[in-house]
Design a protein around this ligand. Structure first.
Ligand code: ADP
Ligand code: ZN
Ligand code: ZN
Length: 735
């Protein structure tokens, strides 16, 4: 090629790409692959790292600078992967260069070589191994302790020594005296645990049917949805399918909602595979993440288990993707690139022409709709594996009931009984991001919009109620129009306060609180889990985090403290989420030999959703919800995009969105609906005022076209320090 032009994506420059010439010192030969290689370039006097995304013959710019140098000899990002990143960029309308930047581990972003770096390990010097240190270090207890530690554990990495509290200076001084030496070693490939490998369980009949159906179609793209009640043995099916694919020489990617919080799942996988595997999640250090990424990239890691961002990992021999708990909202990223890892995984599988398996006890309505449209193939596991018993549900009407920080008498009594009988109780607070409604505690009345079929949303500070459909706004009601009561419930119960109260009410039993504030670290979670597994009577108190994937054999009672927030959520997904959560949470109880009871506190015991939930399988409920969505033209029967604007004042945000709305010309486009702008329910945040515009269409294509137009127009989706627009395609939360 004679003097080709390189298109280089460089993050944080504001340009989609920049044109460069090949480096002067290293001209290109005809057959070198350059797309996907990193280069060092100069942008406005700064040296930055970019990735070549295209090669072309000419540029529209006259004077091009040459690239400073190649960082990689070989492409770091294969073209197929770049194609996938491109899809993410196009679909979520987020700059390609930023998608690439997000996909790379920190070290690679900064230009480190794509090679595993050896780590330094410490051990006793060979000639000192037979010397008794007790004599030598009589007066130096710290040194003696370190030597003794190394006698038992060496070789040990510097990081591990540091985490045990050993100082570098101590290591250095002992090395100086000739007692310690270091060796360099490549990091252990992924963990391989051949010694501990456990045998596969013989599949039961239902599992076998699912397994056979899927193994028949392992060679090309198919999307399978495995709907199996909690404890039905989905994980066993994942493991055996993965094994098939690994045996055929392929890699397997397993996406889970929150790995750091589900050590049980990871340890289950690790006990079953002898192939090297890595985990990728937010709890890793930069170095650990880089190593894991490179191992997947080289193909030395055969299994990657990770949270949503593991979707970006290069996997040259990818043969199967599994998405566990596919309905889980944590698969959707809520900032920067607002992608859905589940949806992205489906596209990646399609592009690679490989099978993908989505699993859940409570599949999302989106996935069920895709089954109905014959896009996904449905498989079922309807009974619990082993001999665990189904749970019993009971609703507690809490209207007019005196509550102890949200706890009713019947719930407290049931708790006392179970604890005294030596069993564990799980209390669940349903708190995640529901826009609160205005609810009368005495009669269960809820403030509705008089113009729409919708509940009003409570806005606080300043206090008012607003309809998120038409924008109607009014003051809070001083008393209930239905019963004249003056006691209103507009926010949830806090876990911390409840924990205090529980300690007072049940002083003889420990209370374990598991929520995001408390359990930031995987280690903390592990310790708490161990304490729970010991099986002594205790109260587990937690949020959504407790509902996921864990197995608590001693829990026989689950109390749901505030079902109403989901029930009356002004978010159209509120009821779906509530149903999923309640079933997930209920799935924690009575998994072993004990039967489990689930008590649900509510102001609306006669509500159709709750009634269906306690008496019918999830499918029936899902069908009802889907019909409602279809009538209301909401997802999965329409696609949405939420455009939010943050500005220094509310009028600025509103004005900007009004202008954007005008540019959308939606009156000429009958297939596009634009709602708003309205102030966001959380109107003020971090010093900014926020307003939002909701775009909706029954055609994904029409919506995408409108968004593309917007992103191509100047001054629409702007990002300035005082006025910021963020676009959320397929938003999960509308506020
Ligand atoms: P899920 O992933 O659907 O919640 P799990 O895979 O965790 O279900 O299975 C629940 C329990 O049943 C686990 O303890 C698991 O070891 C056991 N189990 C699963 N499949 C079988 C099987 N075929 N035979 C015996 N026990 C099984
Ligand atoms: Zn309204
Ligand atoms: Zn009332």
């Amino acid at each position: 090629m004679s003097n080709p032009v390189l298109e280089v994506a460089v993050a944080n420059t504001g340009f989609a790409w920049l044109d460069y010439l090949p480096p002067i010192a290293q001209p290109l030969s005809n057959d070198t692959v350059v797309v996907g290689r990193r280069v060092r370039v100069s942008v406005r006097q700064r040296e930055l790292i970019g990735v070549v995304i295209n090669v072309k013959a000419t540029s529209e710019f006259a004077k091009l600078k040459p690239v400073i140098e190649w960082v990689d000899e070989q492409p770091l990002l294969p073209e197929a992967l770049l194609r996938f990143y491109r899809w993410l960029s196009d679909y979520y309308h987020y700059p390609f260069s930023e998608v690439i930047d997000m996909a790379l581990p920190n070290g690679l972003r900064q230009g480190l070589p794509a090679a595993l770096t050896p780590i330094t390990l410490w051990q006793l010097s060979e000639n000192k191994r037979t010397v008794d240190p007790n004599q030598v270090f009589k007066r130096a207890p710290k040194q003696l302790a370190l030597i003794t530690y190394l006698q038992q554990h060496a070789p040990v990495s510097s990081t591990q020594l540091a985490s045990q509290g050993w100082r570098r200076s101590l290591l250095a001084s002992l090395a100086h005296k000739g007692w310690l030496e270091t060796i360099e070693q490549l990091p252990p490939t992924a963990e391989a645990s051949a010694q501990t490998q456990q045998a596969d369980l013989p599949l039961n009949d239902q599992q076998q049917i699912v397994f056979d159906a899927i193994t028949k179609q392992l060679t090309d793209y198919h999307c399978h949805l495995l709907h199996g009640v909690t404890g039905s043995g989905k994980t066993e099916v994942y493991i055996q399918l993965a094994r098939r694919v690994l045996q055929a020489g392929h890699q397997v990617l397993i996406l889970v909602p929150e790995i750091g919080l589900t050590p049980q799942l990871v340890s289950r996988f690790s006990q079953r595979f002898c192939e090297p595997w890595v985990t990728l999640h937010s709890g890793l250090s930069d170095q650990q993440r880089l190593q894991a990424w490179l191992q997947a990239w080289q193909g030395s890691a055969r299994i990657v288990i990770g949270t949503r961002s593991a979707l970006f990992t290069p996997l040259p021999q990818l043969g199967l993707i599994i998405v566990d708990e596919e309905h889980d909202v944590s698969f959707k990223q809520q900032d920067r690139l607002r992608y859905s890892a589940r949806d992205g995984a489906i596209v990646r599988a399609q592009q690679c022409d490989i099978p993908i398996l989505l699993g859940s006890a409570t599949p999302s309505l989106e996935s069920l709709a895709n089954v109905a449209r014959d896009r996904f193939q449905l498989h079922r596991l309807t009974t619990r594996a082993g001999n665990a018993k189904p749970v019993n549900y009971q609703l507690i009407d809490i209207r007019r009931q005196p509550l102890e920080d949200g706890l009713s008498k019947p719930l407290l009594t049931a708790m006392q009984q179970r604890l005294d009988a030596g069993q564990q109780v799980l209390l669940f607070i349903n708190r995640r991001g529901y826009a609160p409604v205005f609810l009368c505690h005495a009669c269960g009345w809820i403030a509705d919009c008089h113009q729409c079929d919708a509940h009003l949303t409570v806005h606080l500070n300043p206090d008012y109620l607003q309809c998120h459909h038409c924008g109607y706004r009014r003051a809070l009601f001083p008393s209930c129009p239905s019963c004249q009561g003056v006691d209103f419930i507009s926010k949830g119960v806090g876990t911390k306060r409840l924990e205090q109260r529980l300690m007072e009410l049940f002083p003889q039993y420990p209370v374990i609180r598991i929520d995001r504030d408390n359990v930031r670290r995987q280690q903390t979670m592990r310790t708490l889990m161990q304490q729970i597994m010991q099986g002594d009577p205790q109260i587990l108190l937690g949020t959504q985090m407790l509902a996921k994937g864990h197995h608590f054999p001693q829990v026989t009672l689950v109390g749901v403290i505030d079902a109403d927030h989901g029930l009356f959520s002004t978010d159209f997904r509120g009821q779906e989420r509530l149903a999923q959560l309640l079933l997930q949470v209920a799935g924690r109880a009575g998994r072993a030999q004990h039967a489990g009871d689930v008590l649900i506190q509510t102001h609306a015991p006669e509500h159709a959703l709750l009634q269906t939930l306690i008496s019918q399988p999830y499918d029936v409920l899902a069908k009802t919800l889907l019909t409602e969505r279809q009538h209301a033209l909401l997802p999965p029967f329409a696609t949405l995009a939420l455009l939010r604007c943050d500005a220094k004042t509310l009028p600025q945000a509103m004005t900007h969105l009004t202008q954007v709305k005008q540019r959308l010309n939606h009156r000429e486009n009958p297939q596009l609906a634009v709602l708003g702008p309205i102030p966001a329910p959380m109107q003020k945040r971090a010093g900014f005022f926020r307003a939002q515009l909701l775009l909706s269409s029954v055609s994904r294509q029409v919506l995408q076209q409108a968004l593309t137009n917007l992103s191509q127009q100047k001054d629409c989706l702007i990002m300035r320090p005082h006025l910021k627009c963020t676009l959320d395609v397929d938003p999960l939360e509308l506020f």
